[in-house]
Design a protein around this ligand. Structure first.
Ligand SMILES: Nc1ncnc2c1ncn2[C@@H]1O[C@H](COP(=O)(O)OP(=O)(O)O)[C@@H](O)[C@H]1O
Ligand SMILES: [Mg+2]
Length: 274
């Protein structure tokens, strides 16, 4: 919630965490009708880290991302943001239908006051990065679902990248780590497209070094993508367990998927019994 200056003050840059939760809670409504979505959540994301947040449907994953994005406020605890403006990629690409792909990617740059030439160049570079080079003049309805998510990803990268260096900003780049928030971004895609985009996201993450907080209810996806998997309990969501899944493959990966699946099932059934 509050962007604190203290984190950047002692810029031991590798110690700067783009986001830190301190006992964060969120309730909707008041009194007897109040719904407690999150309770006592403690969670950190390191600069450049890829964290997958896993949990059953309705456990508060979207609520948590919305808090980081500043779209909503915690009702208790606090969130310390030391990143450049976090950008969100949703399940549906939510592109502006009247703008071209390039126009959509340029939009956050336009809002940030980046000059026309600079934002054209940046949009072209980002479209190239998501392998849509040459399709910048297409409108969303002319693109497949997977392509639209690529545009959404490019737009999010445009928005979270530090834009202060363009124009007259004299390289006074804040040096703040970038943070990408992704809310089940591939779950509306067919299995093959999803598989391709997971690979693409890993490539782009390595190329950009951005931190990613990725929400999913799919254990396989979480283990494939994340360096760390964080399991949320059923509502009210709190962190129940974490796994380091960095660099796993083969039997190690299968083992982790099985173990985490077991934990997720336990979390869901304990809720159903309550
Ligand atoms: N704006 C809101 N008003 C009231 N209740 C909400 C609101 N947003 C979410 N909730 C409730 O909070 C809980 C968590 O929702 P959500 O964060 O969307 O879960 P998830 O993304 O994990 O499926 C759900 O019970 C949901 O109904
Ligand atoms: Mg959700």
């Amino acid at each position: 919630m509050t962007a604190t200056a203290e984190a950047s003050a002692t810029a031991t840059s590798n110690a700067v965490r783009p986001v830190r939760f301190h006992q964060v809670g969120k309730a909707f409504g008041q009194g007897r009708k109040s719904v407690v979505a999150l309770e006592g959540v403690n969670l950190d994301v390191a600069a450049g880290e890829f964290v997958c947040l896993l949990g059953a449907s309705g456990c508060g994953k979207t609520t948590l991302l919305n808090l980081v994005a500043g779209l909503d406020k915690p009702t208790s605890g606090r969130i310390e943001l030391s990143s450049s403006r976090p950008a969100v990629v949703f399940q549906e690409a939510a592109l502006m239908p009247w703008l071209t792909a390039a126009g959509n990617v340029e939009l956050p740059l336009r809002l940030a006051g980046v000059s026309k030439a600079a934002r054209r160049a940046k949009a072209a570079e980002l479209l190239e990065l998501v392998r849509l080079g040459g399709l910048g003049d297409k409108r969303p309805h002319e693109l497949s679902g997977g392509m639209r998510q690529r545009v959404a990803l490019a737009r999010a990268l445009a928005s979270t990248t530090d834009n202060t260096e363009s124009g007259s900003g004299a390289g006074s780049a804040s040096g703040k780590p970038s943070l990408l928030l992704m809310d089940e971004p591939f779950s509306a895609l067919d299995a093959i497209t999803r598989d391709v985009l997971q690979g693409e996201l890993l490539r782009i993450w390595r190329a950009t070094g951005t931190a990613i907080l990725f929400v999913t209810h799919d254990v396989r996806e979480a283990v494939r993508l994340g360096q760390r998997v964080v399991l949320l309990s059923s509502r009210p969501g709190r962190v129940v367990r974490e796994w380091d899944v960095d660099g796993l493959s083969g039997a190690g990966e299968t083992g982790a998927v099985d173990e985490i699946n077991g934990a997720l099932r336990k979390v869901i059934s304990s809720h159903a019994a309550a």
